[in-house]
Write a protein that binds this ligand. Structure first.
Ligand code: DQA
Length: 140
């Protein structure tokens, strides 16, 4: 299975960004764990991070014929972006929404996800484990 793993805005600062919420792991550490897990499942994975909504959408479009599935942590765009939601719906691949923190246990505005309806599952609050669980779900 070919999987595109997308990281949205501010996730490039993992490791230094609010470590009490997001932990001390860097984005490179996270991608390393994702790639290791993917290899153990026999998956091919491409990862991409951007702080720009359009760049995330462009990447979804560019990989639409390559990928079988999308694992996406859209960061704060999760709560606002109908455009990312439409991009996921447009490419019609399996999609899993992931978050490092538990968005349901934080500020009320974080509980709303614009992309949840076009994703088959939402996995939250497990740190890197949210991404790894998403890969397991795709495998199963
Ligand atoms: C996040 C949760 C979002 O609310 C926040 O804006 C992020 C990270 C998470 O992984 O917990 O940037 O998606």
């Amino acid at each position: 299975m070919k999987v595109l793993v997308l990281h949205g805005p501010n996730l490039n600062l993992l490791g230094e960004r609010q470590p009490e919420i997001y932990g001390t792991m860097t984005l490179a550490d996270l991608d390393g764990l994702v790639l290791e897990k993917a290899a153990s499942l026999g998956f091919e994975v491409r990862t991409f991070q951007s702080n720009h909504e359009g760049a995330l959408i462009d990447r979804i479009h560019e990989e639409r014929r390559w990928m079988d599935a999308l694992v996406i942590n859209a960061g704060a765009y999760t709560h606002t972006s109908y455009a990312i939601r439409d991009a996921i719906a447009a490419v019609a691949v399996r999609a899993i929404e992931v978050h490092l923190s538990d968005i349901h246990a934080r500020e009320p505005w974080r509980r709303e996800s614009r992309i949840a309806e076009v994703c088959e599952a939402q996995i939250v609050g497990k740190g890197a484990g949210s991404y790894l669980e998403a890969l397991d779900l795709l495998a199963g």
